[in-house]
Ligand binder design. Structure first.
Ligand code: ATP
Ligand code: MG
Length: 430
């Protein structure tokens, strides 16, 4: 097949055989976040480029290497969102959402775009589910958001996942830390990659999440930020841990987590799976107390996280979790002849109005071929409708699982299907 007839590199089609898993997971995530008071927000897939360059940070991998940026026909620089937070906060400020009761709690789901080297768990179009909690400074807020991230993964059926937390301090304590980092990395300038050498003066912390093996090896022995926290940041981190302990959420402190985006302050965290290979971080998040002010809003503390839906599904699969399959066709009505076809259409229409999946022939097949089709689509019941059935007003409802037939009145089809479904349910839970 020629390249142009295939989905672009790093993108996936979600076919009908797969989409029910996405629907299940996204519904569950939104519902569970709803229990914590989060409401869905939908923002554009693209934003003005500055939304990301200024706020995600111009020395980050995302901005330096990964953005899909183009000039539109009106000569504006536009970027497909590589992440949600910057766009969502832009929206929160634009619509003065913080003027209502604080904290503002929003969640989102949708596609993100990053020009990366495609591999297992790393795509150019991928999907995130995430939340932002705006207007809460206390450690209890951090613990609640972390508990939600952990709880979400459990809610979709993930059993084993490890929670790692860290604090990367505030601008005050970070000044000292930057000094220490610069001193350390200056000894290694010959070995660091070109990008990291450029980062050294402007933002040495970015070297800590460089993906080059040589840089990561050097970074692994660098001073860790948690040793440089000011008293306030230390107290905050202790508070977060105390709250997590109180609600019995298990975590480990990993002093090497720094996160790849510039806006983070204080608490950062990741949920990491041992089941999906190298791209093991399913969820990442943290506090970003400076972002609203930086984006032209009022200074407002905030925090959030984002999880990769593809990676989440990979974990479910590797842990052998079966997701509920969609409701099959409740009834296939097989008409023979014109008059029966009209009646079948009418019956299907009524059944659908009552919430049943009802199908009939729209291809023009003979009876045998219709029954083969009903079998292929796993119809629960079938009903053959010919002249004699139309005349008598009665027909045989056949259960495809056991072949049993029951004569029913066509006028009662809805209650008959309803009762037959109930009987089957009762049988299934016996
Ligand atoms: P990584 O270290 O794997 O590059 P990241 O730090 O760039 O991740 P974030 O920006 O924190 O990732 O995004 C949050 C989540 O989104 C990640 O934990 C991951 O599950 C998912 N994610 C990020 N980039 C990709 C991608 N290219 N393909 C698939 N999922 C991704
Ligand atoms: Mg990345």
């Amino acid at each position: 097949m020629s390249e142009i007839n295939k989905a672009p590199r790093g993108t996936n089609d979600i076919t009908p055989e797969e989409s029910y898993k996405w629907q299940f997971v996204e519904k569950k995530l939104i519902e569970t976040a709803g229990l914590y008071g989060f409401k869905e927000i939908r923002t554009p897939v693209f934003e003005h480029t500055e939304v990301f360059t200024k706020n995600v940070g111009d020395t980050t991998d995302v901005v330096q290497k990964e953005m899909y940026t183009f000039t539109d026909k009106g000569d504006r620089s536009i970027t497909l969102r590589p992440e949600f937070t910057a766009g969502v906060i832009r929206s929160v400020i634009e619509h003065s959402l913080t003027a209502a009761a604080l904290p503002v709690k929003v969640c989102y789901t949708g596609g993100c775009y990053r020009y990366e080297k495609p591999q297992a768990g790393r795509l150019r179009e991928f999907h995130q589910f995430g939340v932002e909690c705006v207007g809460a400074a206390s450690p209890a807020a951090d613990a609640e958001v972390i508990a939600l991230a952990d709880g979400l993964l459990k809610s979709v059926g993930i059993e084993k996942i490890s929670l790692e937390i860290n604090s990367i301090g505030c601008p005050t304590c970070r000044a000292e830390y930057h000094k220490a980092l610069k001193e350390y990395f200056k000894e290694h300038t010959d070995d660091l990659c070109g990008t990291c050498n450029e980062r050294l003066d402007r933002n040495p912390m970015r070297i800590l999440d460089c993906k080059s093996p040589v840089c990561s090896e050097i970074a692994s022995k660098a001073p860790v930020v948690i040793d440089y926290l000011c008293d306030d940041c230390k107290a905050h981190f202790e508070g977060v841990k105390a709250h997590l302990d109180a609600i019995n959420i298990k975590y480990i402190v990993n002093p090497h987590i720094v996160r790849g985006l510039d806006y983070y302050t204080r608490t950062v965290f990741e949920l990491v799976s041992g089941d999906i290979g190298a791209q093991s971080t399913v969820c990442g998040g943290g506090r970003y107390d400076g972002l609203l002010e930086q984006m032209g809003g009022q200074a407002t503390p905030a925090l959030g996280f984002a999880m990769g839906v593809e990676r989440l599904l990979m974990v479910l699969e590797s842990q052998g979790k079966e997701l509920p399959t969609p409701q099959p066709c409740d009834i296939y009505i097989a008409p023979m002849g014109e008059a029966a076809a009209l009646k079948a259409s009418q019956m299907c229409f009524n059944l659908r109005n009552e919430g049943f999946q009802a199908l009939t022939d729209i291809v023009g097949r003979g009876l045998k071929a219709q029954m083969r089709y009903a079998n292929k689509i796993n119809a629960v019941f079938t009903l053959v409708l010919g002249d004699s059935e139309l005349e008598s007003g009665k027909a045989k409802l056949k259960c495809m699982a056991n072949g049993e037939e029951k004569e029913i009145s066509l006028d009662n089809i809805i209650s008959e299907i309803y009762n037959a479904r109930l009987d089957m349910l009762a049988e299934a839970i016996k």
